[in-house]
Design a protein around this ligand. Sequence first.
Ligand code: FE2
Length: 305
Amino acid sequence: MSDFPAVLQFDGGNVRSWLDDQSANIEEALDDVGAVLLRGLPVSSAQAFDEVVAAFDLPVFSYEASLSNAVRINHTPRVFTANEAPPEVEIHLHHEMAQTPIAPSRLFFCCLSPADEGGATPLCQSEALLEAFAEQHPKWADELKRKGLRYVTRMPSDNDESAGQGRSWKSTLGVNSQSEAEARLSELGYDFEWQSDGAVRTVSPVLPAVVDVKEGRASFFHQLLAAYLGWPGVRENPATALSFGDDAEIPSELLETLASLSSDYTYDLNWQAGDVAVVNNYLVMHGRRPYSGATKREVLVSMAP
Ligand SMILES: [Fe+2]
């Protein structure tokens, strides 16, 4: 397999023409290894990043329309903050919104300002991870593929920025009342249960754990690691957030094995100001390392359906 991620260095001149010239290389890298870093671009604002994304001429996957459970802030219709979770919180590897029926196929990240310490974006090659996992644990791999997954999430009554998944149900579902929420959840195939604190506990419809990509290739497509390692209480009891599609429990050993194996296929993208990374959400998982220091880390994101 080729270098991961692929790196294309901007050599000056007009950004738009350079992007047009590189377009075939970028698409090839996204199909092949799943991630490409565009380095050295003169991108220092949300607006400039918006223009880079616009050059790809893809429809907008908007945060409002998504069921993302992260709290985010919009900068332009196309661009929003990556995640408002506090710096010390690690965001573990995941395929964006794979725990929902509405997931983007492509992600764009842009670093306006790297953190003083830490704050890399880990990128994991999920196709290679699946291959290695299936070789070591064919039964588990087959079970994941055949049964798919269901995710339990809790949407709070109000936005909670201290949590990695603190987006309120009103914001997540784009509704104003409990009855509208119920209609929307039913339409999306969710089971749900209201909690005494005004939150709603939801169980997703059966979603894939493995997806087919081009030319008979297959890749993982899930939130198992982010949920197991990052969601409160899930490591202690995975059944609180995860099950196979037939509601059977997922063994902790499966999740531990996957977590430890994933590091073999993970590359830490250490940001430089102006970097833009384009990610094929079906082939590559991403996360966020913790960070510290006085400089505000600014990484923005944009998505396409
Ligand atoms: Fe993400």
